[in-house]
Design a protein around this ligand. Structure first.
Ligand SMILES: Cc1ncc(COP(=O)(O)O)c(C=O)c1O
Length: 386
């Protein structure tokens, strides 16, 4: 049936779900509805759109699309990944508690420990690669278990189905930050999770030109709450950014395939290189989470981390790359490198970094979709200097 994309393949859904031709003109792409309000037909009668904080057709198209890709009942788009996470956390009341994977995105940690803590929402941070640690952290007031898998930069893998079962057995829900994998490789709702979070800034948009976030719910009631929070807090994604993410999503499948193929080549190159002491990419059979990742996802992604032994060697590598650029963020078409200890994780105290394995010699690459030969040559020449 036209318009029912559920039975279609991933890329067909990415291109069509939520995006019928524009009813007025037949425009093949969803227009950017730059409007703050909508004229009512008469008192008590409107077209379903009242005020653009609450509804916007461009945003609705994106929300429907992401929900179709993640297999949820609804999607809700926010002004950033962090505002999506903040909206998610409104599910938790004062006095309640959340159990987190220990090395989730640093901004999530900052928000919980420096903002929500003031509102009496408590959090525990555990190595969720072993669910026994999650079980031990559960309290009677635990409302949510929140995992990121793989984590950044250590690429730790958490068993999503096991975490969902555990959360549910304790009367809690499971939220998964699926930013690194994207729904192309991993669909947590199908594994029992209740909510999926994305920073659309990364792979979903994919072109490093927009900041955004989205929540996808499995239950209608959770989706209704997120819509209420959008309306009440107002941190919505703009029509223009919604358009950009929708456009990015159309090529998500082909981008993820290419990202991953090149990531594999680079991971194998690094693994065999004498100057590299350790490579963390879940696609390598030596990775501790490899088997689990194979079971719960259809791919291994484009993020990889490796150790060149010292800060000085990492600096030489990072200063020497030519095609790749040194920058925070990930998931774009261009390859980005970063130094977790002094960049993304600089605010984590040194002893905590050591506990997490974030050494000074660690380098992270978000592998882009440039020509593989150019990236291989770049890594090789930069490693010669390291
Ligand atoms: C895994 C993950 N989740 C959430 C965020 C926050 O997203 P944003 O920067 O769009 O607020 C980031 C940002 O780097 C991230 O890497």
């Amino acid at each position: 049936m036209k318009g029912d994309w559920k039975t279609r393949g991933f890329s067909t859904r990415a291109i069509h779900a939520g995006q019928p031709p524009d009813p007025t003109t037949g425009s093949v792409t969803v227009p950017i509805y730059a409007t703050s309000t909508y004229v009512h037909d008469e008192l008590g009668k409107h077209k379903g759109y009242e005020y653009a904080r609450v509804q916007n057709p461009t945003r609705s198209a994106l929300e429907t699309n992401v929900a179709a890709l993640e297999g949820g009942v609804s999607g809700h788009a926010f002004a950033s990944g962090m505002s999506a996470i903040a909206a998610l956390m409104t599910m938790v009341r004062a006095g309640e508690h959340v159990v987190f994977s220990r090395n989730v995105y640093g901004g999530t940690y900052r928000f919980m420990t420096q903002v929500l803590d003031r509102y009496d929402v408590r959090s525990s941070w555990v190595d969720s690669t072993d669910l026994a640690n999650v079980r031990a952290a559960m309290r009677s007031e635990t409302r949510l278990v929140y995992v990121e898998t793989p984590t950044n930069p250590m690429m730790e893998i958490t068993d999503i189905a096991g975490a969902a079962e555990l959360a549910h057995a304790h009367g809690a829900q499971l939220a998964v930050d699926n930013t690194f994998m994207s729904p192309y490789f991993q669909r947590p709702l199908e594994l029992g999770a209740d909510v999926v979070v994305h920073s659309t800034t990364k792979f979903l948009n994919g072109h490093s030109d927009s900041i955004g976030g989205v929540l996808v719910a499995r239950d209608v009631a959770d989706g209704e709450w997120f819509a209420f929070v959008q309306k009440s807090e107002g941190a919505i994604l703009s029509p223009f950014d919604s358009f950009l993410v929708l456009r990015g999503l159309k090529t998500l499948g082909v981008r993820m395939e290419r990202h991953e193929a090149t990531a594999r080549t680079i991971a194998e190159l690094l693994d065999a290189h004498p100057k590299v002491t350790r490579v963390l990419w879940p696609g390598l059979p030596s990775h501790p989470g490899h088997e689990l990742q194979r079971r719960q996802a259809s791919g291994f992604g484009a993020l990889l981390t490796f150790d060149v032994g010292s800060y000085a060697a990492a600096k030489r590598f990072l200063d020497r790359v030519e095609v790749m650029s040194l920058a925070e963020s990930l998931g774009g078409v261009e390859t980005l490198t970063s130094h977790p200890a002094s960049m993304t994780h600089a605010s984590v105290p040194a002893d905590k970094r050591a506990e997490l394995g974030i050494t000074d010699g660690l380098v992270r690459i978000s592998v882009g979709i440039e020509d593989e030969a150019d990236l291989v040559a770049d890594v090789t020449q930069a490693l010669d200097a390291a």
